[in-house]
Design a protein around this ligand. Structure first.
Ligand SMILES: *Cc1c(COP(=O)(O)O)cnc(C)c1O
Length: 523
């Protein structure tokens, strides 16, 4: 487990088994816990509570024939399992669960991930028996209501994006990226332009962007960020050519800045014969205010689990629908959900969609996520604009409160997130962004994303989201300011944080590369 993974040693007797450190996709060392809640480090291993003969349950015995397991597959000795009573078992795992940190326990400003409150009504709707109990192979006659919901969600998302058609198939933003690039390839082939092999990707891009470009078989052409934090238009102008397949842009960028040259960028790429892909992971900043389609983009992916409120983290579930222009619609993955003239819903397959790139997922959409997103969109309605306005206001409030204590690499108003740098603390006191993040855990907050985007040294990427109160934002800002003061007065306190958590600082890279996921007995 964690401590052991960090040190590469066995779990010492009496060591507390807590869930391992999470390393987030953006490379941050997510916290294993914030302020320690529930029982302290006194929780013993389940094995240490074990007493021979105790049971947390009994299995019924059935008069069934004994299955003969081949000799070679049989155990020679019974497994050594903890033997505990049901109350002890329940208390053990409840104590461990109380050490988790999530959006339901506290502020979670993990930049780029949009960790916002998920309205409980979404859970209730996703759990309605008519939705919840559907079988993936349900015949179409028996799930018209579910298809209706999916179709309506497609219509709403097309409106949010300012584009013509939507597929709900991708299971994540990253899969949406890959599919988007497959559509680029199919579209270019249909235009007789298959030779185009390059995709322009800014140096602030999320790691999934260049990865998707490579997986789709294109070459990454990186472009730099200019002094104001925009994509360097001059560099893009110099890089576009007859080899350009597409531009892949995140707007607002991972710097939390709206790209001021966005229309110029899409025009340059279109004039050169390429397509424009919009990474919509940061759509939380612009919903109902500006639309990627109006900025000149041909393809947009949504992260329903970020912008449209679905519980996420730890790998899912999520959904990464894609919106495209009419030109790209024929290539969308099958089955394609359509509404017939009589108002019923149908799935079109290869026969009706001969140009389709094929199916990219076993079943159409992670359905519960789609229900939550639909409920969320309908609940906000046109007020979705207020959602984005509040998200941007909250981020700018934190920016205003923190800009004197931390460096602001690009001195502009931000969008839904802000990127600060702890470079000043590092230079003056030897306190890094990692140290600040770890110390925040002592103050009861989940750390922000750190060391991303890569172009900002000692980056602290903070996304408060629209669902936080002024009191919460103030408490977080107070903690950040207190840590900046501690860096001056007692830098070692910050460098050795966290102090209040169940486990101290972990070797996160090693914990991922050499995880120890089972108990080992001392000899
Ligand atoms: C989260 C994110 C992605 C990838 O989305 P997943 O749903 O995690 O696959 C891509 N780009 C940006 C900017 C993101 O924040």
């Amino acid at each position: 487990m964690t401590g052991a993974a960090g040190s590469g040693r066995r779990v010492p007797a009496g060591h507390v088994p807590v869930p391992g450190p999470r390393t987030w996709p953006d490379g941050t060392g997510g916290a294993s816990a914030g302020r320690v809640q529930g029982p302290g480090p006194g929780v013993a291993l389940l094995y240490e509570k074990s007493r021979p003969g105790r049971r947390a349950g009994t299995l019924p015995s059935y008069p069934l024939a004994k299955v003969e397991v081949p000799e070679g597959l049989r155990r020679s000795a019974p497994p050594r399992l903890p033997e505990v009573s049901e109350p002890d078992l329940v208390r053990h795992f409840t104590a461990l669960s109380a050490r988790n940190y999530g959006v339901d326990t506290g502020f979670y400003p993990l930049g780029s991930c949009t960790m916002k409150h998920n309205p409980r009504v979404g859970e209730r709707l996703a759990a309605l028996p008519g939705f919840r109990d559907l079988h993936p192979h349900q015949e179409l006659d028996g799930c018209q209501g579910a298809l209706d919901l999916m179709w309506r969600l497609q219509v709403l998302l097309a409106e949010v994006a300012g584009l013509d058609a939507v597929t709900l198939q991708p299971a994540a933003g990253s899969q949406g990226e890959l599919l988007g690039l497959m559509l680029v390839r199919a579209c270019l082939a249909a235009r007789g332009e298959s030779g185009r092999a390059e995709v322009i990707v800014p140096d602030t891009a999320h790691g999934t962007n260049p990865a998707s470009v490579a997986m789709a078989g294109f070459d990454v052409v990186p472009v730099a960020t200019d002094a104001r934090g925009n994509v360097d238009v001059g560099e893009v102008r110099a890089r576009v050519s007859g080899r350009t397949a597409a531009l892949m842009l995140t707007n607002p960028s991972t710097l939390g800045l709206f790209d001021e040259g966005v229309e110029e960028l899409t025009r340059l790429v279109h004039d050169a014969g390429g397509l424009c892909y919009y990474d919509g992971a940061n759509l939380n900043a612009v919903c109902g205010i500006s639309r990627p389609g109006d900025m000149g983009f041909d393809i947009v992916h949504f992260n329903l689990h970020k912008t449209f409120a679905t519980p996420h983290g730890g790998g899912g579930p999520g959904a990464g629908p894609l919106a495209v222009t009419a030109e790209l619609e024929p290539f969308l993955p099958v089955p394609v959900l359509v509404r017939r003239a009589d108002g019923s819903f149908a799935l079109e397959r290869e026969a009706e969609r001969p140009l389709s790139v094929g199916q990219v997922r076993g079943f159409p959409g992670p359905f519960g996520v789609l229900v939550r997103a639909y409920a969320f969109l309908r609940a906000w309605g046109p007020g979705l604009r207020e959602m984005s306005q509040a998200a941007v206001l909250n981020a700018n409030y934190l920016l205003a409160r923190l800009r004197d204590a931390y460096e602001l690499p690009y001195d502009r108003l931000c969008m839904h997130e802000l990127v600060l740098s702890a470079r000043n603390l590092k230079r003056d006191h030897g306190v890094s962004a990692l140290d600040v993040a770890k110390r925040l855990m002592d103050y009861g907050f989940h750390p922000p994303t750190i060391y991303f985007p890569l172009v900002v040294p000692e980056a602290l990427m903070i996304e408060p989201t629209e669902t936080e109160s002024k009191e919460t934002l103030d408490a977080f800002a107070d903690a950040m300011l207190a840590i900046a003061r501690e860096a001056q007065t007692d830098p070692q306190l910050v460098r050795s944080a966290p102090h209040a958590t169940v486990v101290k600082r972990l070797d996160e890279a090693r914990a991922v590369k050499q995880p120890i996921v089972r108990h080992r007995f001392d000899p």
